[in-house]
Ligand binder design. Structure first.
Ligand code: FAD
Length: 543
């Protein structure tokens, strides 16, 4: 099989033009090409009136070696790499003498860690503090509609994790030499995602599909002997010291139950603040890490589509346009767009009472009228010095201020972009209708953000207008606050075996531990850590 990259065709090409272009590039006849599949499809929209589709294809031919030789100079032609996932261990713990591995958290990281462990025959136990995805959906919608927050069942907590009510973007910029991302996407397709996610350059699935996929993956894990327990919050960890080394020996649950285990995947996400506090108390090594703060910005999606795609706006292959913006402010702060949701809505994403935090989501169709994105300012432990968990308190204080400014009823505080930059409170909406539920209270967001963030953000919006004409729009709506762009801590692990720096048997993983950001990278990290658990259990058998 041959991989041919950079096959370029116009946006509106016919079906026949792709095989014709492949034959022309390879200099072969139709008879010499047995079949082909599209490996990746992206687009180049730099010339809006002349958008080009760029394909990478895998081609099966009658004479791979001869074709490669004849096209030696084509740097975009090579043998197709073997991207099939291979398990690192087989038959580990077949006699069941070791306690079963436990995965804490069933977000994308925990889900993939549990799936891979189950596929390797290791029968993991998954402990998830929240409810099944259907029950959780009811609680989350209840919060949005009736302002009743369930601290254990919400946008952050429950089956599927933080990304369940999301845009379902499935791409990442992580280095992935072992093609784990492909395994994640392939498993998602098996669980019901559209097949296109494996070949389009920026796949997304939207929130409703994710719900069904998570259920299908749960079934596979249990059918392989895994066990998934909901409403099981881990409240403590048993650590035994042997010859100066700390070893995990078990977990305590909120129900009072104790579970013996020597291998724990800690995939609790970035909002498990109580769990971070417990781990710190138990002496697990944790350090503060940078994250970002700011707010969600809403524009009409049509403005973004026009700016990105010009006369091709609305083309079905292109879909609703996204954007990525960065501005280096004169006070040294970076301001950037994050988790952009084309044609989506801004969501209330709190998990603690008396606090307000926002995020964004969309459906597969991305058909809502507004584009939304977080616009955030980078901050670092120097902004919250003194304690490894100080970033959590920093987040909490901001979220409390947002709650109060919104009216102490889970309304989010909001402001129009023009007013924010001009330094005056907003009193009336313009043409952009905000999507946040339950509601937005117009106010002055500058009163609750640190001065350095306000200065940097005020400078960024006019600067962004140079990248997207019309972005600095007087009546674009800002919704506060974004505080959970990533984890404020890192639970450091060793590079060689992925175990905590000072606690053997504890495998910090995913976004909460500071090793992922987003659904795909969290899933990839889950796979890596599952492999590390299997190898550790294999090694324990040979002792
Ligand atoms: P999480 O998904 O946070 O999962 C952690 C799980 O652990 C939770 O289910 C929680 O209930 C459980 N847990 C926590 N503590 C305990 C405990 N003590 N005991 C038992 N269980 C516990 N990323 C993208 O790539 N694309 C997007 O489009 C996107 N949109 C998003 C939209 C929203 C509204 C949000 C909130 C996030 C979005 N993200 C998106 C980010 C993405 O969801 C996260 O990066 C990802 O979910 C992290 O995965 P994780 O498994 O590490 O942690």
């Amino acid at each position: 099989m041959l991989r041919l990259n950079e096959v370029k065709l116009p946006l509106n090409h016919t079906e026949e033009e792709l095989p014709a272009a492949i034959l022309a590039r390879l200099g072969i006849t139709a008879e010499q090409m047995k079949s082909f599949t599209v490996f990746k499809r992206s687009y180049d929209a730099r010339k809006k009136a002349n958008i080009v589709l760029i394909y990478s294809v895998d081609v099966e031919t009658t004479d791979d070696a001869g074709i490669l030789k004849r096209n030696q100079r084509d740097t975009h032609l090579m043998p197709s790499p073997d991207m099939e996932y291979k398990f690192v261990a087989h038959g580990v713990n077949a006699d069941g003498k070791q306690p079963r591995p436990v995965v804490i958290g069933m977000g994308p990281c925990g889900l993939f860690a549990a799936l891979i462990l189950a596929q390797m025959g290791l029968k993991p136990i998954v402990l998830e503090r929240g409810k099944t995805v259907r029950e959780r959906t009811k609680d989350t919608f209840g919060f949005w509609r009736k302002r009743v927050l369930n601290p254990e069942s919400n946008v952050q907590f429950g089956e599927g994790g933080a990304g369940t009510f999301s845009d379902g973007k499935l791409y990442s910029q992580i280095k992935d030499p072992k093609h784990y991302g492909r395994k994640v996407l392939t498993e998602f397709v098996k669980a019901g995602a559209p097949e296109e996610i494996v070949y389009v350059s920026k796949p997304h699935i939207g929130t409703f599909r994710l719900v069904k996929m998570v259920e299908a993956m749960r079934e596979e894990i249990t059918s392989l002997g895994g066990e998934i327990r909901f409403e099981q919050r881990v409240t403590d960890i048993d650590v035994e010291e042997i010859n100066g080394e700390r070893h995990v020996r078990g977990l305590h649950l909120a129900s009072g139950e104790k579970l013996a285990t020597n291998h724990v995947v800690l995939a609790v996400g970035h909002s498990a603040r109580d769990t971070f506090e417990m781990l710190y108390e138990r002496g697990v090594y944790i350090e503060a890490k940078p994250f970002s703060i700011g707010f969600r910005v809403e524009h009409p999606q049509s403005l973004i589509d026009q700016c990105r795609f010009g006369p091709n706006a609305g083309h079905p292959i292109l879909g609703a346009a996204d954007y990525k913006l960065v501005h280096h402010a004169s006070n040294g702060r970076a301001v950037y767009s994050f988790c952009m949701c084309p044609g989506g809505t801004v969501v209330a994403a709190a998990s603690e009472p008396g606090r307000v935090v926002t995020n964004g989501m969309s459906q597969y169709s991305r058909a809502e009228r507004n584009a939304n994105s977080a616009i955030v300012v980078s901050i670092s432990p120097e902004d919250y010095p003194g304690h490894p968990l100080a970033g959590i308190e920093f987040q909490r204080r901001l979220e409390e201020k947002a709650f109060v400014l919104g009216g102490s009823n889970y309304n989010a505080p909001g402001q129009l972009m023009g007013d924010f930059v001009a330094g005056r409170p907003s009193t009336e909406f313009g043409a952009v209708v905000p999507s946040y539920k339950p509601q937005l209270t117009l106010t002055d967001l500058a009163t609750i953000l640190p001065d350095y963030a306000v200065t940097a953000l005020r400078e960024a919006f006019p600067a962004f207008d140079k990248q997207i004409k019309g972005y600095f729009k007087a009546d674009a709506v800002l919704t506060g606050l974004e505080t959970r762009t990533s984890s404020p801590i890192r639970i450091k692990r060793r590079d060689d075996d992925f175990q905590s720096l000072n606690t053997r048997g504890l495998f910090p993983a995913g976004e909460g531990a500071g090793y992922a950001g987003g659904i795909l990278s969290a899933g990839v990290d889950g796979i890596k850590v599952a492999e590390a658990v299997a190898l550790a259990m294999q090694a324990a058998e040979s002792l």
